[in-house]
Design a binder for this molecule. Structure first.
Ligand code: ADP
Ligand code: NA
Length: 353
């Protein structure tokens, strides 16, 4: 008896950092274990078609896809419990997307805010916070760097989810707007064919919403942040982790506490500690109330290092056996294709195709 079909996707964008891990991947792994429910069905996609909206060298893209697949497995995505596959292995994503685009009003996409910040990043402008009233203007339309795919990728995201009749989508808060669009889209498709084919996907919130930059705790940790030491990567050595945590911006108050508004730096470190040690931020503050920020940083570095140790060992093992990765991705593609094919055919027929 299936109760939940969980689906999520991640773009193959190079090395994973602690923000990606705590903001999404750890949540996926927990949904196989401590946060799982009986009857769950899990699909995790490498969103390689989405990666084409920000063009890169084909060899780099190919490496990034494999690197991300390896990283997900190393972090604990278990092929026996989850279907891990490449989006481009399942042609129905783009087929369903086309039908969706023939039904979806352009204004729905025009109201989305994320393509706007990605477009700014592509132009090399300082990536501003996505602002609520972003919309396409004549200037943007004339800019050759704004390809149609970058503007319209939220409809492909909707297709990614709807294609599998997913009921639950674990995402970070930055994806809320796109999931809302997906719910509208599912309802639009159901209305069009006068059948309740597609469930309205619910959000599964990530317990850790945002990990902030270690150097600018008012900005989120991001691999596109050029500031040195702002970001801890899952492949960082123990020495690098210790150095980055020691250098992390805090304040002159000697004891750690959790007060994101007034003490963003140290609060971010408390958040990271709590998430990795499966404790609450209150519990962490209590543990260190007699301590100093220096001692706290030292022990936080240890917690991070101990988290990364098995992940790095897994990564090395996976890298030594490229066939294993191919096997996992091929088996995942086959399972995903079966579901996608059945669902797409049923819908396409109702559309008259
Ligand atoms: P980046 O900002 O480094 O380019 P992506 O945009 O590729 O990261 O994000 C991949 C996933 O990781 C998304 O689900 C996103 O919500 C999550 N994520 C990225 N950065 C953070 C962060 N600093 N804190 C929490 N989650 C994050
Ligand atoms: Na990003």
């Amino acid at each position: 008896l299936r109760t939940r079909r969980i689906l999520s996707a991640i773009q193959p964008t190079g090395a994973l950092h602690l923000g990606n891990y705590l903001g999404s991947v750890k949540n996926w792994v927990d949904l196989q274990g401590q946060r799982a429910e009986p009857g769950d069905d899990r699909l995790f996609a490498l969103a390689d078609l989405h990666a084409l909206t920000m063009p890169k060298d084909p060899k780099v893209l190919r490496d990034d896809i494999r690197q991300m697949a390896a990283a997900l497995l190393a972090c604990g995505i278990d092929p026996a419990k989850s279907t891990l596959f490449r989006q481009s292995s399942v042609p129905e994503h783009t087929q369903l997307n086309w039908i969706i685009q023939c039904l979806m009003p352009m204004g729905w996409l025009n109201r989305m805010t994320q393509w706007k910040s990605k477009f700014l990043a592509k132009k090399g402008a300082a990536a501003t916070k996505a602002n609520g009233d972003a919309s396409l203007n004549a200037f943007d339309i004339a800019d050759s760097r704004l390809c149609l795919g970058l503007f319209a990728y939220p409809s492909l995201q909707a297709a990614d989810i709807i294609l599998y009749q997913a009921t639950h989508v674990p995402v970070g808060e930055d994806q809320q707007q796109h999931l809302e669009l997906t719910r509208y889209t599912a309802a639009l498709l159901n209305k069009t064919v006068k059948q309740d084919l597609f469930p309205s996907p619910q959000t599964i919130f990530t317990p850790t919403k945002r990990v902030m930059s270690l150097r600018h705790p008012d900005k989120k940790m991001s691999k596109s942040d050029p500031t040195p030491m702002a970001c801890i990567f899952l492949t960082d050595s123990p020495e690098e982790v210790l150095r980055k945590v020691r250098k992390a911006v805090t304040d002159s108050i000697s004891v750690p506490s959790f007060d994101p508004a007034n003490r963003p730096g140290v609060s971010n470190l408390v958040t990271i500690y709590a998430a990795l040690a499966n404790k609450t931020t209150d519990q962490v503050c209590q543990m260190y109330q007699e301590s100093t920020t220096q001692v706290f940083k030292q022990e936080l570095a240890d917690v991070i290092i101990e988290t990364l140790r098995p992940i790095q060992a897994n990564l090395q093992r996976i890298e030594r056996d490229p066939h294993y990765l191919d096997q996992v991705l091929n088996a995942g593609a086959q399972k995903a294709r079966e579901i996608a094919h059945t669902n797409y055919q049923q819908f396409a027929q109702l559309m008259g195709l």
